[in-house]
Design a protein around this ligand. Sequence first.
Ligand code: GLN
Length: 559
Amino acid sequence: MKYVLVSGGVVSGLGKGVTASSIGVILKACGLRVTSIKIDPYLNTDAGTMSPFEHGEVFVLDDGGEVDLDLGNYERFLDVTLTKDNNITTGKIYQSVIDKERKGDYLGKTVQVIPHITDAIQDWIKGVSQIPVDGKEGPADVCVIELGGTVGDIESMPFIESLRQLSYSVGPENFCLVHVSLVPVIGVVGEQKTKPTQHSVRELRALGLTPHLLVCRSYQPLLENVKEKLSQFCHVPSGNILNIHDVPNIWHVPLLLRDQKAHEAILKQLNISISKSPALEEWTERAERYDSLTTPIKIAMVGKYTGLSDSYLSVLKALSHACIVCSLKLSVEWVTSSDLEDVAAKEAPDVHAAAWKALKSAAGVLVPGGFGDRGIEGKILAAKYARENRIPYLGVCLGMQISVIEFARSVLGLEGANSTEFDEHTPHPCVIFMPEGSKTHMGSTMRLGSRKTLFQTSDCITAKLYGNVQSVEERHRHRYEVNPYMVDDLEKAGLVFVGRDESGKRMEIMEIPDHPFYVGVQFHPEFKSRPNKPSVPYLGLILAASGQLNPYLRSVGEK
Ligand code: GLN
């Protein structure tokens, strides 16, 4: 196994994940098989219990792993399916060591960070890198490891030490270190400053690791003399100093690396002889196409928006994948759901009016997944507005539950209908807790990961959009579900559950046939969206919102 380690210096948020994924892309485009590992030096076992408003979205894998959003980047960029073990956290490592200690595996020994934690990290990396993730048999050729955080953080020390030992044990021709750093511009003269990078490389060297390549992030392209200076002070050949300046969209990043021959430098370090240059035509086409899109399509996202768009990263990616296919420029109208509520009309009439104006200006409405009861009534109002005014609507997970509650209240006349998540004593529990897990432990107890949905009919929009298949597998992350005892009444009134699980008791996809596009899905289809293969429910929303749904369905029907 050949390892490419991507570390980061100076500040966080440099786009290390995108850089590491892009390195994977250019190596894959050279014909190599690539897998990846993300290391998160926090103590949480996984991202499942962390707020998306603090740390970005929780990405869900096929195997039910709740992981860092960077794994989403890897899956989308490399078109692979990762496992929960591809995300290493301090919590997981310590837990495995402590479990072994309790079992008596270290009997007689003092269990310490070095060598026990550092050995556990190396064993984990070596083991997980062997798992095939691209649908082929046998291990990949290269494993890209992204070390989260910034070099020098106390949290990442055991990982750095362990990676240093790994580099030594696998030998120089099997280990390539790429350090991502920042070159800021200071003052009126606009000089590109190399000092922060010098310091972070010094820090890395003090810990026993020498970077083979430097990736410098900057607003503008790096000047040649700045590269020379970095080369001299950081002891990295100037040909190995790469620059990722700001680009209009992330699909340019692999192209930028290829143009600077990053693949040649990495392959040389890893002693792999491949002379062909990376085949990236599809990436060039997509990056340029995205930049040239002009016809806007406005989608209202009705949720808890706090300014951190990473909280809904995969949803936004799925929307933009669908927009590229439809040749539209995505414009997201963020609507904070609580601002739509009647209480907001009294407390902050301007905010309330603005929220409704934003909602009404959109061609399609999306209610994404969520937890907790804040803003629920506002989401219900948005679902009602979309249903009554025949505006294309997609409800994802919580968004589907919301539309069932709204339908029960407005169409079945069940006053106070609700989910027991928000009102335990509701007279009409149309969404209830249906455990596959425990109610007392919050970590990893949900219905998580890939589950099968069987279509109940081929005569519905989603079955046609999915290509008239009998079943689909999508990823789940929820505790509550549509109450099976209310399904008959809901269906008689016109809300049809066109997709169900194998037992027939769990409702997976709903549609209102008497509406241009009113779809709810209990799963999160955004996690499997790919740039060249947009997630079907999202594609449906964009097609419907732009008036292209019926011609599209006719064209796929004819095929
Ligand atoms: N809170 C809801 C549930 O647990 C929805 C979850 C979600 O949207 N991911 O079922």
